[in-house]
Design a protein around this ligand. Sequence first.
Ligand code: TYD
Length: 246
Amino acid sequence: MGLFIAFEGLDGAGTTTQSRLLADRLEEEGYPVHLTKEPSEGPVGNLISLVLKGRLVAPRAPRAVDPFPDDLLALLFAADRIDHLQAEILPKLHEGMVVISDRYLLSSYAYQSLGCELAWLRSINEHAAVPDMTILIDVPAPVCLRRIEKERWQTELFEGIEKLSVVRKNYLRLASSRFGETMNIRTVDGEREIGAVHRDVWNALRGSDLLGRGGGGGRGASGTAGGIESGTGGVAPGLPFGEKEE
Ligand code: TYD
């Protein structure tokens, strides 16, 4: 069974670049790798991409200020995650691949808690299996925004300095909490040149016992299958695959 790794961070933190670099590195080392992302390429993921670009709006209450209701967007992300897991992530893990997702569960907690209760977010994501390792690329919000403005002609829903600053705090708070420990979150300083960040990512993974199990026997494998195939949603939110809350 495979190994499941997620990259997390603010828009502009470099999660896409670092996901690719890790995928390349693992392939060089002989591991079969599947690189993916959220929002996914599935039907719900495509819907979310339209929402983020402001191309799809929801009917609003009079004088509502949000372009799209926070709770509705949170539910879409949670639905996309289940679809992503079932259509793509789990099959690839069952083939024994290392699956790397550019964003996953922690994005919902860090971003959607701007407008929703964390407890509710955990409950709607209860069936989403937790990755074996989540790598948080930490970069201050102003730096991220400068990078985004340089590279893109269009900004998306969450790309404002105030929002990004709160999201960063949320990420760091989650990472340093007990909850973060159970999610196996590794925080890497992303405000450095790309190669140095990659080296830290690689060392974090190599220093864990996950690769030693060969991308073939990681704890992700059995737990994923056990949690999902049982149909019980038995993977506790915030806990690694297959581990039940005491
Ligand atoms: P991004 O990762 O930049 O994807 P792309 O490069 O395809 O535009 O954008 C995804 C945005 O969605 C980003 O602002 C974070 C946000 N997001 C959430 O708010 N919750 C989630 O659960 C996920 C997966 C993403």
